[in-house]
Design a protein around this ligand. Structure first.
Ligand SMILES: Nc1nc2c(c(=O)[nH]1)N[C@H]1C(S)=C(S)[C@@H](COP(=O)(O)OP(=O)(O)OC[C@H]3O[C@@H](n4cnc5c(=O)[nH]c(N)nc54)[C@H](O)[C@@H]3O)O[C@H]1N2
Ligand SMILES: Nc1nc2c(c(=O)[nH]1)N[C@H]1C(S)=C(S)[C@@H](COP(=O)(O)OP(=O)(O)OC[C@H]3O[C@@H](n4cnc5c(=O)[nH]c(N)nc54)[C@H](O)[C@@H]3O)O[C@H]1N2
Ligand code: SF4
Ligand SMILES: [Mo]
Length: 698
């Protein structure tokens, strides 16, 4: 033994050296797009630990699983080429050069034979690479930039935009503001979908906040509510009109604000006449007395704040109008002071090239859903299967896809069939998902700790996050992949010849800061500021009339009903009595579960243990006559398909309604049951949350 090692000093020195090797870097958790800030501990090029910097989302189980995700043994590390059937499992490793050569060759072939519009570009849930992806689609010449926003959040944005004007009124921003006496939470189960807000709500409730919750399920936040309105899914518009009926007939509305700052109030007043609490009870199943109680509480406990979900109210055939009725509650009660308007503090450069779309053939879904596609500046992905199948007004022949989760698409089996008919599919992914297995080429992507991230278009704060470690295996960042493809397709200069930093510098240029500045100040630069919505009453709302448009002039322009009318979902017990014998239950899908982000992370054991099986929630009154007990496997049938899940019998769900989790693969995929034909006429959203079904023991 050498003498030095006997001294504790040496052990200490060793620890000091170890410590010196460990670096702590700034990061963002991208297990979901809330992108909570993190500290990443790196030692010898490997991540040893990731901590949350901001303690608000600590109840979220997913961030602790980041290392399980990043170092998952099944993560793709090399490009793959399919060798067998589409959808099968036969792939072989291929070089990047070979993979990109095949993809660019396929895309050019379609471009020459059919035109660039015949290539569809689809990007799934992830937001951060979207501006580059958007640019790739339009630089190639295709209008068909489609994203998961075709069925997420954007319909609520559109409802707010049609009603209050541009930028985003923060009905979906769910913070608690000091001084707010009453909160109306419409279809959001905070503890699962927004863990960072859960504690603040508990504390506010303890301090006396009055709470009204609209949800067919008694969620944790509904348990805290003073009034819980258990409405049948898809009937939210009728409920909002019923609340306005009470507010107006009992003179609780704010006449001064309405007169000065709204258009269409007389029409609304007329419309709500038909929505007495008793009639609304027959549509929504909410007792009339509770509707009165909620309306009075909301209209009198001022200031009150509305808090909506990104999709509970809009994943229906009547979603935009239902959501418009809901968000009119603040205007007619003079409660807009508690709401803000998200405004860009400084314009960053828009790199999407979206202006080119004007000169291209009509994009997918843009003739059927012109308002949404024009204002949201994307094409409607829910119309893509129809266009693949009909080839009208032109054929879709190839798909370039960033993430491909087949469970996203309604009537998913039909979508899978349509995709199989394409000439070529290329997918960038983390794992060889069922969707990726349809591809000819699958490209492995670097995760959020292995790539540069500029939070710009999708974040209120612009930050630059540097890679903490090298990309795993041969995986590459989305930016690198798109820039290299652009070069091969002949427009590399539009991607700054592959130089990410030049692109990023161009995006932030109007802010007057440099990338070096962002590197040194990781807290970033504000991109959007929340201005009080009431500031709009100084110069007028940014709608065509300058006022809050109860009657929307844009809807009139497009030949649609301007008032927020309620239309019964086309597949409901009231509108389809003929279907009720076979499909008596109303089905809602996609209430969030804390362990998963949509289809992701079921392959991470520590998260899977939290929710091993897909559970259908059913009321004892519906379970008993069917002989169903908790834990039984049940078959759920809709007019389109049948799937299997396990039952959870619970009186927390309204009788006559069942709730299914979304995006489970294979025979538990809820979207296999959902109609892909009758969509919201304004947004094109899918009716994921109001369809008929039957449930039986397997
Ligand atoms: N853990 C986790 N968090 C997530 C996500 C995730 O996948 N996992 N996804 C993120 C994304 S992309 C989004 S868009 C948000 C979504 O966030 P939300 O849509 O707000 O999702 P939830 O909080 O699950 O709330 C949905 C609630 O609406 C109720 N509901 C169902 N149908 C209806 C209806 O017709 N009307 C009304 N009023 N209520 C109804 C359900 O019972 C459920 O309790 O969550 C985000 N957060
Ligand atoms: N029935 C029903 N359907 C719904 C909903 C519902 O409530 N009910 N909610 C809708 C909503 S709000 C949303 S947001 C969508 C979400 O639906 P999806 O967009 O399908 O969401 P994910 O399953 O999270 O992600 C899809 C794929 O993207 C991959 N991926 C993740 N990050 C990246 C990345 O950075 N790059 C690349 N290339 N791939 C990546 C994942 O591995 C995954 O395979 O589902 C919608 N569909
Ligand atoms: S909410 Fe959870 S999963 Fe989403 S970014 Fe924050 S810590 Fe990560
Ligand atoms: Mo979403």
């Amino acid at each position: 033994m050498n003498s030095a090692s006997r001294y504790p000093k040496n052990a200490l020195q060793e620890r000091v050296t170890m410590k010196k090797m460990e670096e702590v870097k700034n990061g963002l958790c991208y297990m979901c797009t809330a992108s909570c800030p993190t500290k990443i501990h790196v030692s010898d090029g490997k991540i040893t630990k990731i901590e949350l910097t901001d303690a608000t989302a600590t109840s979220c189980p997913r961030w602790k699983a980041q290392l399980d995700f990043i170092y998952h043994p099944d993560r793709l590390q090399y490009p793959l080429k399919r060798t067998g059937e589409r959808g099968g499992n036969s792939f072989e490793r291929i070089s990047w050069d070979g993979a990109l050569e095949i993809i660019s060759g396929n895309l050019m072939e379609v471009k020459e034979q059919y035109g660039p519009e015949s290539v569809a570009f689809w990007i799934a849930y992830t937001k951060e690479p979207r501006p580059y992806f958007h640019r790739l689609a339009h630089a190639f010449g295709s209008p068909n930039y489609c994203t998961e926003s075709s069925n997420c959040f954007s319909a609520t944005w559109l409802a707010a935009r049609l009603t209050y004007g541009p930028d985003y009124s923060d009905f979906a921003t769910q913070d608690i503001e000091p001084g707010v006496k009453c909160k109306l939470i419409w279809g959001n189960a905070i503890q699962n979908s927004s863990p960072m807000l859960w504690r603040a709500h508990l504390e506010a409730k303890e301090k006396g906040l009055k709470l009204i919750v609209v949800d067919p399920r008694r969620t944790k936040i509904a348990e805290l509510a003073d009034v819980h309105l258990q409405a049948q899914p898809g009937t939210d518009g009728a409920l909002a009109l019923g609340m306005m009926n009470i507010i107006i007939s009992e003179n609780m509305h704010d006449s001064a604000f309405i007169e000065k700052w709204t258009v269409g109030f007389d029409g609304l007043k007329n419309l709500v006449q038909a929505y007495s609490p008793e009639r609304v009870e027959s549509i929504t199943k909410v007792p009339a007395a509770k509707i009165r109680e909620a309306a009075r509480l909301y209209a009198t406990q001022k200031p009150a704040r509305l808090h909506t979900s990104g999709n509970s109210t809009v994943q229906h055939t009547n979603g935009v109008q239902n959501h418009r009725a809901i968000i009119l509650l603040p205007a007619i009660t003079g409660n807009i002071d508690t709401h803000g308007l998200s405004k860009p503090s400084a314009k960053i450069n828009d790199i999407t090239l979206h202006e080119l779309v004007e000169r291209m053939p009509p994009g997918v879904g843009s003739m059927r859903f012109p308002i949404w596609t024009k204002l949201y500046r994307e094409m409607q992905a829910n119309a893509i299967a129809d266009q693949i199948d009909s080839a009208a007004p032109y054929p879709i022949k190839a798909l370039f896809s960033a993430g491909l989760d087949l469970q996203f698409f309604a009537n998913s089996d039909r979508m899978a069939k349509s995709l199989k008919n394409l000439d070529s599919i290329a997918v960038t992914e983390y794992f060889l998902t069922p969707g990726a297995r349809l591809a000819d080429i699958v490209l492995p992507i670097a995760s959020w700790v292995e790539r540069y991230i500029l939070t710009a278009a999708y974040s209120p704060v612009i930050k630059l996050i540097e890679p903490a470690i090298q990309p795993l295996g041969e995986s590459r960042s989305e930016w690198d992949i798109y820039a290299e493809l652009a070069r091969r397709l002949g427009f590399g200069e539009l991607f700054w010849d592959g130089d990410f930093k030049k692109c990023a510098q161009h995006i932030i240029e109007p802010l007057g800061v440099t990338l070096e500045y962002l590197r040194q100040y990781p807290e970033g630069v504000p991109n959007h500021l929340m201005a009080p919505l009431k500031d709009e009453t100084k110069e007028g709302f940014a709608t065509p009339s300058g006022k809050v448009e109860i009657a929307s002039s844009t809807l009139t322009k497009y030949g649609l009903e301007p008032l927020p009318i309620y239309r019964e979902p086309p597949e409901s017990p009231l509108s389809r009595p003929d279907l009720v014998a076979s499909y008596p239950l109303v089905m809602t899908t996609g209430a969030r579960t804390s362990a998963y982000t949509h289809s992701q992370f079921r392959n991470i054991p520590r998260l899977r243990r939290l929710m091993p099986d897909p559970l259908l929630e059913i009321n004892p009154a519906d379970a008993r006559p069917r002989g169903i007990k908790s834990g039984d496997t049940v078959v759920i049938t809709s007019p389109r398909n049948r799937i299997r899940m396990k039952a959870k019998v619970t009186d927390a769900i309204l009788a006559g309604v069942v709730s299914l989790p979304h995006h489970w693969p294979g025979e538990a995929n809820a979207n296999a049951l959902i109609d892909d034909r009758e969509l919201d006429p304004i947004s094109g959203f899918l009716p994921c949350k109001s369809q008929l079904c039957q449930v039986a023991r397997d």
